[in-house]
Structure formats: C-alpha cells, structure tokens
Design a protein around this ligand. Structure first.
Ligand code: ADP
Ligand code: MG
Length: 568
C-alpha cells in the first residue's frame, strides 16, 4: 500500500487512497495531526508527536521541534545520547506515521508520496527522500505541498485552465502557488513564498505584546532562558488560538511560584501583527505576475495550513482578492489528502489514470559566467540562468557560451541555484571541468544543457562541438551528502532506538501533559495535579483497560478544565 504524507514543520499527517477517495489515518491518540516533535526519554527511548511536544517545556534539551527548517543542512542536535540531523528526526516521525498506518490498515506500508514546500531546493528534497528511506519507506515521489492541496480540492476533475491559487500558511512557512490543468496535465504555473513566515512568527508578536506587561520588573530573567522561551511560546500559542475564536484571550505564564498574566485583545494582536500580515501580499502578487494570471481569472483561492484559521489572515486574504477564499477541505488536512490522491494515481487507480503531473523548478538553475564590462575586460561571477524559476518540469534547456581568453585550454563550469545576479549570492551545486581546443577568445563555443526532472535531479551535459568533447554530471547537489556506508550506519542507529509500545501512547501522552502542567502550576492546583498523577499511576498499575481507559479520560478532562483544551 502506498500512503501520502504531509511532513510538516509543525505537524505531519498521513492519508491513503481507498475506495476511490482519500482518507486520513489517525495516530495512536486518535488524532489526524501528529506534531513533528521528537523527544528522548530518560531511559533512552524515543517519543514522537504530542507527548514529545508536551516535553518541550519540561525537557527542552531532550526535545526537538521545527527541525524541517534545518532539513538538508549539517546542523545536528543531541537528544539524550544520540546525535540527530533534521533528516534523522524526520525519519523518526515518518516511521511513527508508518506504524500508525500499518496498525490502521492491517497491512504493510511499502511506499509513500511525501510532500515538500515548493521552495525546497535540491538539497532539502534529497534529504527528505533519504528521511523516507531511513524510515523504511520507498519514496515513490516528492510533490510540492500546494500541488497536493489542489489535488485534494479536485482540480483534476474541473474544466481545463481553471487556475487555483493555493495560499498555505503553516507554522513556519508561507507558500503561494498557482496550479492549473492543461491538456490533462496538472501544472504549477507559479510558486512564490516566504520560508520564514508562519504561526510561530505570530506567536513572537504575541510575546512582544505580553512580555513587558506580565513582567515589568524582569523577574522572569531568573528562569533558564531555554525553558522561559518555551513557556512564553506555549502561552502565546494558547492565547493566539483563543483569539481565533474570541475577542480577547488570557496570556499566562506560571513560573517562580506565581502566575504572570495579562489579557490580549484581538485588535491589539492584529495591530501588532500588521507587519506580518503585510508580508502576505508580495508573494501573492509575485505568483500572479510570474504566471501572467489576473486575480479575477482565478477559479479558486484555497486555504491551506493551520495559520489560515486566524480571522486576521482570512480578512487580509479576502481584501487582497476581493472575494472569500475556499476552505471546503480542512486547511489542516488538504496537503496529506492530496498526497494520498497522488499515491492513488501512482497505484493506477482507474478513476484518475488520465492525470499526468508536472511540477515547477523552485529556483533558477544556471552557471557562473563572465560578461564583457564594456572596457575591454570582464566581470566575473555573474549568474547565467539556464532553467528559470517556475519552469514546469521535467525541463531541458540549453545555454550557449564561448571561451573568453585566447588559447584558453581549460573550462570550469560552476553550477548554481538561486535568484541572485552574482553567483556569490546563490547555492553552489557542483562543477564540471573539461579541456577545450586551442582557439581565439570567443571562437570556441560551449553548449551547456540542463535537464531537471520531477524527482529533483539535475543533469548537466557540457559539450564543445569543435572538438566533440562532452562531460556529464548528475546528482550535482551531493557534495556533502552522506555515502552509502554512512546511511547504513544511521539506519542502524535509528533502528536501535527504543520505542514505547504503541498501545501505551495514550497514557504516556496524558502523563507528559500532566508533568508539564505540574511544573507550570503552583499551590493548590499543583497539589491537585500531583494527586491526579498518583491516582492515574495507580490505575495503570492494575493493567486493566477497563480501569485505565476511563481514568485517563477523566484525567484528560480535568487537565482541560485546568489549562483549556490541549492543542496540537
Ligand atoms: P506546518 O505546515 O508548518 O506543519 P500547520 O499547517 O499544521 O503547519 O500549521 C501549524 C500552525 O497553525 C501553528 O503555528 C498553529 O499555531 C496554527 N494554528 C492551528 N490552529 C490554529 C487556530 N485555531 N488558530 C490560530 N492558529 C492556528
Ligand atoms: Mg504544511
């Protein structure tokens, strides 16, 4: 069975294509969203999802979140005795989702379609692919999140040339894409965005508003800064979610034996968030410009990502487009459901057989070249684009160049990815070196062909027609990629990590939450939580689900009364 997975910065979700429709798969807690959080317990076992998210404030040094931001980099984080890359942590999340799906389906999951932000570059895409493989999944395909969302909205069943604009505001990234069907082919006409804008940034604005008010004397400075950050973040998240439903909401941090509290109103929040709301505009305009599509010819504006639930965001969008956006498919689920649609296509489900997918190149790909400076010399280090950003892929394009010096014997072609005019500002992907035949400057022609395919691989062919010399370079972004032995070693490390029995996840999640609350509250409320923990532990000791299950439900409800409904 092939599954579709939305591997998000904040939350992940998994779905399948079954009986002609996409269906979400719940995790061990019965939730359809699994926080992309990993924590390592004192006994060395790994915890994934909500329980890990709840340990963020109590065990900040043993817990990792938002690691998708470091995907494809060498950055590591040590949790307990194990050092992880973002790729490893993603693999841990993916394998947890895989287990959830196998439990739900009662059959093995073999392959997956995994979504990535439209802005992910080669390196990040390859890292995602490896994460899937480390989790024991055959990665059938990576697709852009907005493409998946458009599939969830059934773009493939609509008339031709009905452009959808996908507006995806998640926890840490913002993506705008224009997706269209033409000649039975799905096409991403443009993608733009800001991979540093999401719900977390809105949390920062709430913290900016609240911090001085709750703590005018700077008393909170006495707390461990990592812990304080987490407490403030959690308070902001809760406050902001309340503001989605209400005109005002409390912002409370319990620490140092007391409550630090204030109330934030919708209008205060929206005024403070105005600069962030303003940043939503430019990527929308750019996507319309790049695709040459007018706002009034968009068939749908669809909302994706948990942060599009904020009324201020919806209002900004409505004003921007002069109409209400569609949210018929829940914005939290659209990407995973669309990935499952694509998994269904992959499995040759008859209903969608006709659809062929294309994607776009998320960045411009080109080479370093020198241009005449008009005074007899050259300016070096200038980027020469070969495949432009937003070109539908697979794409193959040729660039023509000449030697710049008399009797130049050697050619060095540096391949870059990015939008900057000078190569320095772009990401270097690789180098091709080759000899060239002697000749006068400008007389030896060089043909550089780039082929970029849907799996994100770039193939570079360089030819010098005069001498017939050719060079070929594939997988150019592998410079610091791990080799086979390294991948095998990491697979062993991950496989050796102890996991808690899945059927105990629920109990563990409630206990993790209770411990967080115990640390956060004081006085009577803390004593009360302590008593509940003891009672629940007694229930667990009976090992009888008929006693444990109702005790857990009661415990969870009591915690809800205390701190408000828990959030993902
Ligand atoms: P990602 O794609 O980054 O994994 P999601 O699409 O799951 O993220 O969105 C997560 C973000 O959605 C979080 O920043 C969260 O604060 C925000 N969010 C979820 N529900 C709400 C809500 N009810 N009100 C405001 N923001 C919300
Ligand atoms: Mg997302």
């Amino acid at each position: 069975m092939i599954v579709g997975i939305d591997l998000g910065t904040t939350n992940s979700a998994i779905a399948i294509w079954r009986d002609g429709r996409a269906e979400l798969i719940p995790n061990a807690l019965g939730d359809t969203l699994t926080p992309s959080a990993v924590s390592v317990a004192e006994d060395g076992s790994v915890i994934v999802g909500m329980a890990a998210r709840d340990r963020q404030s109590t065990h900040p040094n043993a817990t990792a979140t938002a690691f998708k931001r470091y995907m494809g980099t060498r950055q590591t984080v040590q949790l307990g005795a194990t050092v992880f890359t973002a790729e490893d942590l993603s693999a841990v999340v993916l394998s947890s989702l895989k287990i959830d799906a196998e439990t739900f389906l009662g059959e093995p999951v073999t392959g997956a379609v995994i979504t990535v932000p439209a802005y992910f570059n080669d390196r990040q895409r390859k890292a995602t692919r490896r994460a899937g493989e480390l989790a024991g999944l055959k990665v059938e395909r990576l697709i852009n999140e907005p493409t998946a969302a458009a599939l969830a909205y059934g773009i493939q069943t609509r008339e031709e040339r009905e452009p959808f604009l996908v507006f995806d505001l998640g926890g840490g990234t913002f993506d705008v894409s224009i997706v269209e069907m033409f000649d039975g082919v799905m096409e991403v006409r443009a993608s733009a965005g800001d991979n540093r804008l999401g719900g977390e940034d809105f949390n920062e604005t709430v913290i900016d508003l609240a911090k001085r008010r709750i703590d005018p004397d700077g008393a909170l400075a006495a707390i461990d800064p990592v812990m304080l950050r987490e407490l403030l973040r959690a308070a902001a998240e809760r406050c902001r979610r309340r503001l989605t439903e209400a005109e005002e909401a409390p912002f409370t941090v319990t620490a140092l034996g007391r409550d630090f509290s204030t109330t934030i109103t919708t209008s205060e929040f929206e005024a403070q968030a105005a600069p962030l709301l303003a940043r939503l505009r430019e990527p929308v305009l750019r996507s319309l410009r790049d695709s040459d599509i007018r706002v009034d010819s968009l068939s749908e504006v669809i909302l994706v990502g948990g942060s599009t639930r904020m009324p201020a965001v919806r209002r900004t969008i409505t004003r921007m487009f002069g109409r209400f956006p569609s949210a018929a498919v829940h914005p939290d689920h659209a990407v995973a459901l669309g990935a499952a649609v694509q998994a269904g296509l992959k499995a040759r489900d008859a209903a969608l057989d006709e659809i062929r997918m294309t994607d776009v190149c998320p960045y411009t790909l080109g080479i370093d070249h020198s241009v005449a400076d008009g005074r007899g010399g050259f300016r070096h280090g200038i980027f020469s684009p070969i495949i432009e950003r937003n070109t539908p892929i697979p794409a193959s394009r040729v660039g023509w160049y000449q030697t710049i010096a008399d009797n130049q014997r050697q050619l060095e072609i540096q391949i870059y990815q990015g939008e900057a005019r000078e190569v320095q500002g772009n990401v270097k992907l690789g180098t091709v070196r080759m000899p060239v035949p002697a000749g006068r400057a400008g007389e030896v022609g060089i043909e550089v062909r780039f082929s970029y395919d849907t799996s994100g691989l770039l193939e570079v062919d360089v030819a010098v027609p005069l001498s017939g010399t050719q060079r070929n370079l594939v997988i150019v972004d592998d410079e610091d990629a791990p080799d086979k032995a390294e991948i095998a070693a990491r697979r062993d490390v991950l496989a050796a990590l102890k996991r808690h029995p899945r059927d105990e996840s629920h109990n563990r999640a409630v206990l993790a939450r209770a411990s967080r609350c115990y640390e956060a509250f004081i006085g009577d409320r803390r004593d009360l939580i302590g008593t509940w923990i003891t009672q629940f532990e007694a229930a667990l000791a009976t090992q009888d689900p008929r006693i444990i299950d109702p005790a857990r439900a009661q415990f969870d409800a009591a915690l809800n009364d205390l701190e408000g409904d828990r959030y993902l």
